[in-house]
Design a binder for this molecule. Structure first.
Ligand SMILES: [Zn+2]
Length: 137
């Protein structure tokens, strides 16, 4: 996630807990990130699973970068804040940019400051596979 210079998560680690299938992760007011424990049970992600985890972590890292009041506001009250839609749009923007390799996608109103170059999720996935024992068969 080093390619995202505007991320500065306050989390002290990534935690796991059981969540419903439609939930992927959450961030507490103190910035701690928790992701669904179903992800921890997978020894070698498919590309689709890897992409999902990437999306969840990126989303929660944006929340974790936001201040505690914003996180509390969005966690317990209004999920449809302008900031939250900026977070969703930034996630979609980065995925689209990665898959198309294009940098001329209209940005709209996004969270943070996107870097100059798209991240290459396919390449990240290949690296993940080559360093993960369970992926070698
Ligand atoms: Zn969110």
């Amino acid at each position: 996630m080093n390619s995202f210079g505007d991320l500065s998560p306050r989390t002290s680690g990534v935690y796991f807990k059981d969540m419903s299938p439609r939930e992927g992760g959450e961030t507490s007011a103190n910035g701690d990130i928790t992701v669904a424990s179903r992800f921890a049970q997978i020894s070698c992600f498919t590309f689709e699973q890897y992409e999902e985890v990437f999306g969840v972590l990126f989303h929660e890292m944006m929340h974790s970068t936001d201040n505690a009041i914003t996180v509390l506001h969005e966690g317990f009250g209004d999920q449809k804040t302008r900031n939250h839609s900026r977070i969703y749009d930034r996630g979609a923007y980065e995925l689209l940019r990665s898959f198309t390799g294009r940098n001329d996608i209209p940005r709209g109103d996004l969270w943070g400051n996107p870097g100059n170059k798209p991240v290459d999720i396919r390449k990240m996935y290949e690296k993940y596979r080559s360093r993960t024992k369970a992926c070698k068969c």
